[in-house]
Design a protein around this ligand. Structure first.
Ligand SMILES: Cc1cc2nc3c(=O)[nH]c(=O)nc-3n(C[C@H](O)[C@H](O)[C@H](O)COP(=O)(O)OP(=O)(O)OC[C@H]3O[C@@H](n4cnc5c(N)ncnc54)[C@H](O)[C@@H]3O)c2cc1C
Length: 382
């Protein structure tokens, strides 16, 4: 059973909408034409002084709401029932002969109460099960971590050569970045993620005002009939939650805190974790063992597969400890193509830094450099 609290799947969109070829291969997704907005060649990082460096790897910009509807339809075709306008708000633990036997789920919607052997929490940043399920010590399953704000506009007639432009300009996006993500027919998402949540909209407007985006028309995206043209959401940034499984319960995607630290991509991680959770749930139900111990297989699977969050976060923090000028000097030492730097490429960057700015060489540049490497698709960056 799939439940979704909104009246439709996929809207409002809260995503820049890009996904890499590597993610599609890894997830065995053959995208139908109607969910694809544009083919893209990778990421171009624009540093504070305007220096541009590429992380080339092919991918797509999606019409994300159509993509999500397609995924849901695939699930229905495979036998799931889908219930829109159903909001989960409580879960009561059921036991038989002293053994865990499932959850009695309740909330708003005609199908409630729903009895479930296994619940997979894919509620995104709301992380509903972490709040309503209690551990044996009566503490909530997980503490809520930090979130950053993401916001964007759709612009028209945006020039593009098929790269996603990611601007690391801390003046506008604190410990975040701004983007231009091109779509079909000259459309593009222009937005930002920032730790300065109250200033997100103002900072995005200021950025647009000082760039070539200023002259371009802002429109509501096709799925949004009324209201402000801005759309977005929040993204968890504290890393994977402590407890991603429990008796009869697994957390996936944003609800488990799975996002990539530097560029905050989450779709690849969400979909892969969902595959692991679904496989684990099917096997556990088949075996008649719904215990936390049985479902711990899920946490082991994602831990073996996903890149080390803390290490990448250290790299991101090292990057944002640099001044704009230092960041730009570092960027000028990078090769034009950062995707395949290898050991010799990194050594060359180190050498250039030693020559150009020896003081900078000793300022934790190596972790900052690694953060870019870990933002690639193969490390679930997008
Ligand atoms: C502005 C912005 C730009 C982004 N850009 C990108 C990008 O370009 N590429 C990328 O990979 N990632 C991007 N991300 C991150 C990405 O959107 C998320 O990581 C991804 O959507 C997580 O998927 P999910 O299925 O875990 O959660 P979601 O997509 O958030 O889905 C959760 C669903 O659960 C429903 N729900 C919540 N609570 C309940 C409840 N109690 N009962 C029933 N249903 C409930 C919600 O309505 C929602 O439909 C971006 C995020 C933001 C905010």
């Amino acid at each position: 059973m799939l439940i979704e609290d909104h009246p439709a799947i996929g809207t409002p969109v809260h995503c820049g909408e890009c996904i890499s070829d590597i993610a599609c291969d890894n997830l065995e997704l053959e995208l139908p034409e109607h969910v694809i907005s544009m083919r893209v060649h990778g990421i171009r990082v624009v540093f504070p002084d305007g220096t541009e460096k590429c992380l080339t790897e092919e991918g797509y910009v999606l019409e994300k709401h159509l993509f999500e509807r397609w995924i849901a339809e695939e699930a229905v075709e495979a036998g799931a029932s889908m219930h829109l306008g159903h909001k989960l708000s409580s879960m009561e633990r059921l036991e038989e002969d002293g053994r865990f036997a499932g959850w009695l789920c309740d909330g708003k919607g005609d199908e409630f109460p729903i009895r479930a052997k296994v619940v997979i929490d894919a509620s995104g940043v709301a992380a509903v099960c972490s709040k309503i399920v209690r551990q044996s010590n009566d503490e909530p399953l997980n503490e809520m971590g930090k979130v950053v704000a993401g916001m964007q506009y759709e612009l028209l007639e945006v020039p593009t050569d098929g790269y996603l432009d990611f601007y690391i300009w801390p003046k506008y996006a604190e410990k975040g970045y701004l983007w231009m993500i091109p779509k079909c027919d000259g459309r593009a998402n222009v937005g930002l993620v920032t730790e300065d949540r109250p200033r997100a909209k103002k900072a995005l407007d200021e950025f647009i005002d000082i760039t070539h985006f200023k002259e371009l028309e802002q429109v509501r995206p096709p799925w949004k009939a009324k209201g402000s043209p801005a759309f977005g959401g929040t993204i968890p940034i504290s890393g994977p939650f402590e407890n991603t499984h429990h008796d009869g319960l697994m957390l996936v995607g944003d609800a488990a805190g799975f996002t990539s630290p530097l560029f905050e991509g989450g779709s690849h991680l969400a979909l892969k974790s969902a595959v692991y959770a679904a496989d684990t749930a099917a096997a556990a139900i088949e075996e008649g063992d719904l215990s936390a111990e049985r479902l711990s297989e899920y946490s082991r699977l994602w831990k073996d597969e996903f890149p080390p969050y803390d290490k990448i976060l250290r790299g991101k923090n090292a990057l944002f400890e640099l001044t704009d000028d230092e960041m730009s000097v570092m960027a000028r030492c990078f090769p034009d193509e950062m995707a395949d730097m290898g050991i010799s490429g990194k050594a060359l960057v180190g050498l250039r830094l030693l020559v150009r700015r020896p003081g900078l060489y000793f300022k934790r540049i190596v972790p900052a450099m690694l953060a870019f490497g870990y933002s690639r698709a193969r490390y679930y960056g997008w």
